[in-house]
Design a protein. Structure first.
Length: 172
């Protein structure tokens, strides 16, 4: 709670994202232009419609200055969405929680190092990895519901589950 106000989960994600971008940029936290550019980037990452000029006005910063910082951030590798996997991981985090999202990330990194996810659509990969995270964290897994959440087919998810089991259980 800050100044008697309790923030929603979305507002907290936005604040954390902005702090991460500002800290990683090497700029000063008090720079209005940097904070406005970070807010624009983070709102885009979170899937919100964001107008750079309105955000600049809210921070009382010049639009050109904010745009320059946004360009610097882009050159430093800050993107929205970072990539399709990160986009789906945010969905996992929002629906299933941080622990499940970190388990999915851990499994993804492992499978990526083995070359198992190359050529597969990220939505189907994340939906399948959620199966293994569900087993570990003991929650109900419905392949049809998960396929719908990640815009893929249940058959694709089932195929990926079978494919990944060989890697995860150390057979391959």
């Amino acid at each position: 709670m800050f100044f008697g106000r309790q923030y929603s989960e979305e507002e907290l994600r936005l604040i954390r994202c902005m702090e991460e971008v500002v800290a990683g940029s090497g700029g000063e936290g008090g720079d209005k232009c940097l904070r406005a550019a970070a807010e624009y980037l983070c709102r885009k990452r979170l899937g919100e419609a964001a107008s750079l000029d309105k955000i600049a006005a809210r921070h009382r910063a010049q639009l050109l200055c904010v745009y320059r910082w946004y360009s610097k951030l882009f050159q430093m590798g800050y993107r929205y969405p970072r990539d399709e996997f990160e986009h789906h991981l945010e969905t996992v985090r929002r629906i299933y929680g941080e622990a499940v999202a970190e388990e999915v990330r851990r499994l993804y990194e492992f499978l990526k190092s083995k070359g198992a996810v190359q050529g597969l659509k990220p939505g189907g990969v994340v939906a399948a990895l959620l199966y293994y995270a569900a087993k570990k964290h003991r929650f109900k897994y419905d392949v049809v519901k998960v396929a719908y959440e990640f815009d893929t087919y249940p058959e694709t998810v089932e195929k990926n589950i079978v494919l990944f089991q060989w890697y995860i259980h150390g057979i391959i």
